[in-house]
Design a protein around this ligand. Structure first.
Ligand SMILES: Cc1cc2nc3c(=O)[nH]c(=O)nc-3n(C[C@H](O)[C@H](O)[C@H](O)COP(=O)(O)OP(=O)(O)OC[C@H]3O[C@@H](n4cnc5c(N)ncnc54)[C@H](O)[C@@H]3O)c2cc1C
Length: 97
């Protein structure tokens, strides 16, 4: 456990002590995160599977950028002008075809 993680757990535990037992705060978390090899999301179609669109790989920033990513994905699906160039987010850039 790194120093940072250790001090975060300590702060979390001290905060938990101030609440009644029913509101005990979790001090540890484990789970899978969606991270791509280049840490840039995948937003758009999978060329070899027509009709399949991906929106993933947000590396723990998916809530904050959801309005923009949702808008981009919607425009790629309905064929309207995208707000940004979608090529940076293409699934195929990762070497899959
Ligand atoms: C610890 C942690 C902290 C984070 N902190 C932040 C933050 O501070 N700010 C921020 O912007 N983002 C944060 N994120 C990232 C954010 O939570 C995600 O980017 C966002 O939730 C992704 O939304 P989503 O709808 O694409 O996927 P999800 O929220 O993962 O939703 C997918 C849903 O599909 C369901 N599902 C999966 N497979 C199936 C199946 N076969 N059939 C039916 N249902 C299925 C799952 O149960 C789930 O409910 C954090 C993520 C983590 C893990």
């Amino acid at each position: 456990m790194s120093t940072l993680q250790s001090s975060e757990a300590c702060v979390g535990w001290k905060t938990a002590e101030r609440f009644p037992p029913i509101l005990i705060q979790a001090t540890r978390w484990a789970g899978a995160m969606d991270v791509t090899p280049d840490a840039i999301p995948v937003i758009g179609p999978v060329t070899r599977l027509p009709g399949l669109y991906l929106s993933t790989g947000y590396s723990s920033h998916g809530f904050g950028i959801a309005p923009g990513t949702g808008h981009l994905l919607a425009s790629l699906i309905d064929g309207s002008q995208p707000l940004v160039n979608p090529s940076s987010f293409a699934f195929e850039r990762l070497g899959y075809s």
